[in-house]
Design a protein around this ligand. Structure first.
Ligand code: ZN
Length: 245
């Protein structure tokens, strides 16, 4: 590492589980992020600051004034610009160590994952979540998933590479819930999206440092009204169409 990097990442270097070798791992890592909005965009900001060396970010949306209530990676000057374009500028100003690849498209399975080490799902719809789950399972890549609505948020890490018995996202959500809505019609607090984005970033860093860390198959739910959190261990669904073939 350069003297500037040693200064920049000093607080990481002091953490026992990171240190110089861990920081070098982060600098040599590649994370794919699907969605540049409240979850993916915020997680990208956190991962770029942490010195994750490469970020590929998919999003086909533009910054709307109503996004600024929670998507604090954007400013009022970004309204109407593409989300990936505005995020690219923001991340470039934050950390030159990070190679950011913005893709102004909706991710599809045909896009694949390149040589990404793991994938963050910050999408806002079930078809994309299901497709990402199936494709990461197939590609033997860990998937960090986040979801928010109202005062509640949840984080889930699935698809442990090489572990056929690890549950997948669809063990947890077998099909699209009938009353499924997103924050466009349910509303959401920015503080909840930032909390969950931060948990997703933390899970990614944990796995980049230790790929087999014991954080898979656990649903973390935070309920903001009561300020309570709970953790639920998810078993693999014996009838899951994705991971039990
Ligand atoms: Zn499954």
């Amino acid at each position: 590492m350069t003297p500037e990097q040693i200064e920049r990442y000093k607080r990481h270097l002091l953490v026992k589980e990171i240190g110089g070798s861990g920081q070098k791992k982060l600098l040599n890592s590649h994370v794919m992020i699907v969605g540049a909005g409240a979850l993916g965009g915020m997680a990208a900001l956190s991962l770029a600051a942490a010195g994750v060396g490469r970020l590929t970010i998919y999003d086909d949306d533009r910054v709307d004034l109503s996004n600024l209530q929670r998507q604090i990676q954007f400013t009022a000057d970004d309204v109407d610009d593409t989300k990936v374009g505005a995020l690219f500028r923001r991340l470039s100003r934050l950390n030159h160590d990070v190679d950011v690849n913005p893709v102004q498209e909706r991710w599809t399975p045909e896009a694949g994952f390149g040589d990404a080490d793991l994938v963050l799902d910050g999408s806002d719809n079930f078809p994309t979540r299901f497709a990402l789950n199936a494709a990461t399972r197939e590609a033997n890549l860990a998937l960090v998933s986040g979801a928010v609505a109202g005062w509640t948020g949840q984080t889930l890490v699935v698809n442990k590479p090489g572990d056929a018995y690890c549950p997948c996202y669809q063990c947890f959500v077998p099909s699209e819930p009938p009353q499924a809505g997103d924050c466009n019609d349910l509303g959401v607090l920015g503080a909840i999206t930032q909390l969950i984005a931060s948990q997703m970033s933390l899970a990614a860093i944990r796995l980049l440092l230790t790929p087999d860390a014991d954080i898979f198959g656990r649903l973390m739910v935070f309920e903001g009204l009561s300020m309570q959190s709970r953790v639920v261990r998810l078993p693999q669904d014996p009838d899951c169409p994705i991971c039990k073939s």
